[in-house]
Every structure is written in C-alpha cells, then in structure tokens.
Design a protein around this ligand. Structure first.
Ligand code: SF4
Ligand code: SF4
Length: 265
C-alpha cells in the first residue's frame, strides 16, 4: 500500500477552517461547546479528542517578505495542525493493550473497541495530539480517514481544502513536492521557509513524520515543539547513562580498594 501522509504547506492556508469542518462532518465528531476562546479567530484552541484538525491563527509583529511595512507591520500565520502519524509514535509504543496499531498505509490508528482508556498514550505523545473523550473515557485522534483510504478516497480535510494547503499522497512523493516548494519560496525571497519533520534526518526524535509541515517561522510560533523526542528514546538514553554511572562507581570502588592496599603496604 505504501506510506501515506499529509504535507501541510502553511504558506497556502487562508484560515477558512473547511478542513476542520470536513473532518468533524466525516468522522461525526461532537462539537466543542461553541465557546469563544478570546484568542483571535481561533475558536477551538488546540487539537483534542473531538478536534482532529485544528487551524492555528498566529498574529506576529513581523511583515511577510515583500509586504508593505508601517501600520500593517504584522502578519498572520495560519496552520492546520493534525496528528503527525510519526514513524516512531509515542502513543503506539506506550499503549499497553495493543489498541494503537500501524496500518497497511503506515499510519497510526486507534482501535476504539480495544482502547481501555488508561491514557498512557496521552502522556507519551510529544505533540499533545491524542486525548481522551470526556463522555466515554477512550483515546481519540485523527485516523487519516482510514475508512476513506480503504476506498481509495482522499482524506476529508485534504479534499475540502480550497488552496491545496493540505496535500495527501505517498510520503516520498510529498517530500519531493515539498522540497521543490521550499526551493521556489527561497527563490521568491521567503528565505525563512523550511520543512518540519519531513524525515528522520530532519527530526531524529520521532524518526520523521508522515504528516509534515512547511513553516516560515520557528516551530514554537506555531505551537509545535522544536525538538520532539519519543519518550522511549529518552528511556534508552537513561539506561545508557545509568550503565555508565554504574561502571564509574565500580571503577571508583576498585580504585579505592587498590589504593587502600598500597597505602597499608
Ligand atoms: S503525533 Fe502523537 S498521537 Fe499522532 S502518531 Fe505521533 S505520537 Fe501518536
Ligand atoms: S481548508 Fe485549507 S485553507 Fe482552509 S483552513 Fe484548512 S488548511 Fe487552511
């Protein structure tokens, strides 16, 4: 089936939220309570158990390249966030029941009938994506429209996006397309354009993302971690450090015994 994923080109996003709506509609997700966050035009705030696509609106006091400065000395960055379907998925590695699986499309899928609601996956996701639903306690997140993929259909968000900000396809092909786009933007003077999480070289802490992004500012500006690391990698590092520590202590103890003997001789 090959690796399927998303390339989200944030420079093309106009903040229309068609992706959020299409995702909710197709996946029959409950509403988020119609609350106003009071933070710009963002009424959903963040990804969660019932928000599998979230369009962030970032207002920053930096003009876009070529933008007239003066009274309009600011710009909007809009970015449609989603589960990254990580190559090393913290949620999948932490799940004790086998509810989270890697599909034939190389995406990360939560089986609702196996999830027991323990929440280990929530703590293990370095992006704060997966969440438990208040009404049923189980963990939910983007499925990359697994049911649509099975029918050879494009995921609902990518299908609904009117600007091609969300592009769906084979991850290798998306990467090539994304690199060409970065090159084209650089040639137009958008020196700040770069890819976030495109592969393991780009983001070793996750092994690369099947849903990666083109950004024009630091990841933190988009509420993305600058250096996400799957917790199990940290675990391995901790064991290695503990091993070195134990070896150091043993060497010290041996030295003290030998030195003590020589001192008494
Ligand atoms: S972004 Fe989080 S929820 Fe999505 S696959 Fe990666 S670890 Fe799992
Ligand atoms: S549908 Fe496309 S343009 Fe509209 S908010 Fe989503 S990503 Fe942006």
């Amino acid at each position: 089936m090959g690796q399927k994923g998303f390339f989200t080109d944030t420079t093309l996003c106009i903040g229309c939220k068609a992706c959020e709506v299409a995702c909710k509609q197709w996946n029959q997700l409950p509403d988020d309570g119609f609350r106003l966050t009071g933070m710009s035009y963002d009424n959903t705030g963040h990804l969660g158990a019932s928000t599998w696509r979230h369009v962030a609106f970032v207002e920053r006091p930096v003009p876009m390249p070529g933008q007239t400065v003066g009274l309009l000395d600011f710009s909007w960055l809009m970015s449609s966030d989603v589960c990254k379907h990580c190559q090393r998925a913290g949620c999948l590695e932490a799940c004790p029941t086998g509810a989270i699986i890697r599909t034939e499309f190389d995406t990360v899928y939560v089986q609702p009938d196996v999830c027991n609601g323990c929440g280990y996956c929530v703590a293990a996701c370095p992006f704060g994506v997966i969440d438990r639903r208040e009404d049923d306690g189980r963990a939910w997140k983007c499925t990359l429209c697994y049911d649509r993929l099975g029918e050879d259909m494009t995921p609902a968000c990518a299908k609904a996006c009117p600007t091609a900000s969300i592009q769906f396809g084979d991850v290798d092909e998306l990467r090539d397309r994304a690199q060409l786009r970065v090159k084209a933007l650089h040639e137009k003077g958008w020196e700040a354009a770069y890819l976030y999480g495109a592969d393991a070289d780009n983001q070793p802490g996750t092994g690369g993302l099947n849903a990666f992004f083109l950004l024009v500012d630091k990841p933190e500006v988009y509420n993305l971690p600058p250096d996400p690391v799957v917790p199990t990698m940290k675990g391995r590092e901790s064991w290695r450090m503990a091993g070195w520590g134990a070896l150091g202590m043993a060497a010290l103890a041996l030295g003290a015994v030998l030195f003590g003997r020589e001192g008494r001789a």
